[in-house]
Design a protein around this ligand. Structure first.
Ligand code: NDP
Ligand code: 8X3
Length: 271
């Protein structure tokens, strides 16, 4: 009977148009966020996508519509600015108002240097985006989930939230904060039947390193030289898995590494 119930729910939640959900994915102009928006749109979700690069966001939205037939609402704003977050996400109307799945993905590393040489602007950018931005979006979206007694928040952490590596100091601290917030959110929201999941990737080849090295593509390419990293689709598939479990199942935490990366300090040669 239990199996039958689980199967019934899985079937209706993961298959086709039976129960379309609304997913909000922050940072969907590239990398993990863009792949996640695409895969959720292809699996019974209409999607709200966000990012600062407005033209790229519109283009991404159009592509997702064409490829999946899903409805897409692109909203361009900076997650570091609480007024922009409230203006865009605090005034959702119609079906968009009921966000079922929030993927807190927008984030970045800026710089890589020993603590004594750290650039204050880089530090503020990472803290404001990875911690405060994630909190602002969650603060605006979670009351609706509480009122409805359902919802799923997926926080994109990192191996950098589990380990600390040389020169990664502040980025690692922000992802350790995401790890703590993930647990805190789950604790506070459990009584409202809201699921909270952390997805923690190792090295994924996206725009991440280009951003970390302030646009220096040569330096960025070197990060992925000599081993096979993860690709954005690998993480998107894990997110899809987490959000399509039956409602009595919560994936608390996934740590997903390239096979060639045993830890932040040990990467082996190309498979
Ligand atoms: P990308 O640089 O490819 O994507 C980052 C996304 O975040 C972009 O869409 C960017 O959009 C958005 N973003 C950044 N800052 C802001 C902001 N202030 N306001 C709104 N949107 C913002 O990197 P990834 O896809 O790799 O990164 C996604 C997440 O995954 C991040 O949280 C990152 O820390 C995490 N991660 C990445 C790993 C990797 O190796 N790549 C490994 C582990 C975790 P726009 O520039 O248009 O604003
Ligand atoms: C990104 C992975 O190892 O560069 O979060 O910090 S790492």
């Amino acid at each position: 009977m239990l199996f039958a119930k689980g199967f019934y729910f899985y079937y209706f939640c993961s298959n086709g148009n039976m129960m379309k959900k609304i997913a909000l994915i922050t940072g969907a102009t590239s990398g993990i966020g863009r792949a996640t928006a695409r895969i959720l749109a292809a699996h019974a979700h209409d999607v709200i996508i966000t990012g600062r690069r407005a033209a790229l966001l519109e283009e991404t939205g159009q592509l997702i519509r064409e490829k999946t037939g899903a409805d897409v609402l692109p909203l361009s704003f900076d997650v570091r600015d609480i007024e922009q977050v409230q203006a865009h996400l605090g005034n959702l109307r119609g079906k968009w108002e009921k966000v079922d799945v929030l993927v807190n993905n927008a984030g970045l590393a800026s710089g890589l240097s020993h603590i004594q040489d750290g650039d204050i602007e880089d530090w503020e950018k990472m803290i404001d985006t990875n911690i405060k931005g994630l909190l602002y979006v969650t603060r605006v979206i979670s009351p609706g989930m509480v009122a409805r007694g359902s919802g799923h928040i997926v926080n994109i952490g990192s191996i950098a939230g589990k380990e600390v590596y040389e020169s990664g100091n502040v980025y690692c601290a922000t992802k350790h904060a995401v790890d703590a917030l993930n647990k805190g959110m789950r604790t506070d929201l459990a009584e409202h039947h809201i699921r909270v999941t952390a997805i923690n990737p190792g090295a994924v080849e996206t725009e991440f390193s280009v951003v970390r090295f302030h646009g220096d593509r040569q330096k960025a390419d070197k990060v992925y030289e000599g081993f096979t990293p993860l690709y954005e689709q690998d993480i998107a598939e894990a997110i899809l898995f987490a959000v399509t479990r039956p409602p009595h199942v919560n994936i608390n935490d996934m740590l997903i590494m390239p096979t060639a990366q045993a830890s932040t300090s040990k990467t082996v040669k190309k498979l």
